[in-house]
Design a protein around this ligand. Structure first.
Ligand code: NDP
Length: 297
């Protein structure tokens, strides 16, 4: 069975690597050298265009920054839309937005092609281990076709609702992550100014009710040791939290915290740039307060 994978970025590449041993894998990437390199290292073929990648594939997977880029691959010279076989399925692992996905799905449906939105959680480490959580939107029959392929890199795979539901759940998850990073940054900076070491504070918080993945893993492993590995760009988290804020507004839900989190992360992105990692957000709070967590005051 042929599977196509489009978008060999920080998380896309380790996801695609799990498919190579099981399927006839065709990969495409905007920067062609990445696809050629991937094909050399794994049992895969580098496609010359999105159309070339998806032609003859039963399942095509996209993992791009936003839904806008996924939509842009449908049309034009080498676009996917006219190359799909009837009965094929596009599985979009991008952390995208529900409205654009519904539009993409409608256009694919006219060609007899199914669609599932299937954003992932678990980071680059989870992608490498093949233990991602995958939250999906679509109908049961299309999901049944996608699931065995998703099992190559996913451990917990949940159909959350109709098309767009996976993106919506992912956006809310990301909003929680953004809020945790921002709130913990403010709190630890204030505690350090008050003379409490962040390591001591985290030791207490992590056996108390305020703990989170951010306090238990991200800050001890990336902030206090000043390692700041670049695994997930702040620009992408900003995009995700904006999707959550817009989504809540679209449904008329009062969401002051989501709106504020979105504004703050946009400001952090402006200050730190497009390549900064999401955890580097703490550096904005440190700069404002004139302290370095774990460092000298
Ligand atoms: P990266 O920025 O590392 O990679 C982006 C990929 O998209 C690259 O393959 C890039 O190609 C391609 N791309 C960018 N712009 C275009 C375009 N206009 N047309 C075609 N291809 C394009 O992102 P990640 O891999 O980190 O993230 C991908 C998705 O997964 C995002 O939606 C993100 O929010 C989500 N995600 C990421 C996680 C992570 O830990 N990194 C965790 C969970 C979800 P090129 O090589 O040419 O730049």
């Amino acid at each position: 069975m042929k599977v196509a994978f489009l978008g060999l970025g920080a998380i896309g590449a380790p996801m695609a690597r799990h498919l190579a041993p099981e399927y006839t894998l065709s990969v495409w990437n905007r920067t062609a050298a990445r696809a050629t390199e991937f094909a050399k290292e794994s049992k895969a073929t580098a496609a010359s265009s999105p159309a070339d990648a998806v032609r003859g594939a039963s399942i095509a997977i996209t993992c791009l920054p936003t839904s806008r880029e996924v939509e842009s691959l449908l049309d034009g010279d080498g676009g996917m839309l006219d190359a799909f076989d009837r009965g094929a399925t596009l599985v979009d692992c991008t952390s995208g937005d529900p409205a654009t996905s519904r539009r993409i799905a409608a256009r694919l449906a006219e060609k007899g092609v199914g669609f599932v939105d299937a954003p992932v959680s678990g980071g680059v480490a989870g992608a490498m281990k093949g233990t991602l959580t995958i939250m999906c939107g679509g109908d049961e029959a299309t999901m049944a076709r996608a699931r065995p392929v998703l099992e190559a890199f996913g451990e917990k795979i949940v159909l959350c609702g109709p098309i767009g539901a996976g993106h919506a759940v992912k956006a809310v998850n990301q909003a929680m992550l953004g809020v945790h990073i921002w709130a913990l940054s403010e709190g630890l900076v204030a505690l350090q100014k008050a003379g409490v070491s962040p390591a001591t504070a985290l030791d207490v918080i992590n056996s108390s009710s305020g703990r989170s993945n951010t306090s238990m893993n991200l800050f001890p492993e990336r902030v206090l040791n000043r390692a700041f590995p670049r695994t997930f760009r702040l620009a992408l988290m900003d995009k995700d939290v904006r999707i959550a804020a817009d989504f809540a507004r679209e449904y008329g839900v009062a969401s002051p915290l989501l709106q504020l989190a979105s504004e703050l992360l946009r400001e952090a992105r402006r200050e730190l740039g497009e390549d900064a990692d999401h955890v580097e957000t703490v550096q904005v709070l440190e700069k404002w307060a004139g302290v370095t967590l774990g460092g000298k005051q």
